[in-house]
Design a protein around this ligand. Structure first.
Ligand code: SF4
Ligand code: SF4
Length: 70
């Protein structure tokens, strides 16, 4: 299964990843803040990820890693 990992302590809640991901079921804001006070994004449904890498590309913080299933 493809896998998206978000380093929650690096996330500044800009929501670019949420906006540009072609699927809308994978990434979501968490309900608790990180150390910087942001409601960091987390991956909640890796099963729908097509590993396109767009989220990692648009993240200005470099907080997202995408691993493609092989
Ligand atoms: S790799 Fe593509 S499909 Fe998967 S979470 Fe990122 S933008 Fe969405
Ligand atoms: S693009 Fe990066 S910094 Fe912005 S909300 Fe997503 S994970 Fe957080």
């Amino acid at each position: 299964m493809n896998r998206v990992t978000v380093n929650r302590e690096m996330c500044k809640e800009c929501e670019y990843c949420l906006t540009f991901c072609p699927k809308k079921t994978i990434l979501a804001k968490s309900e608790t803040v990180n150390k910087m006070g942001y409601y960091a994004v987390e991956s909640v449904n890796n099963a729908d990820c097509i590993a396109c890498g767009i989220c990692a590309t648009v993240c200005p913080e470099g907080a997202i890693m995408v691993e493609k299933d092989v």
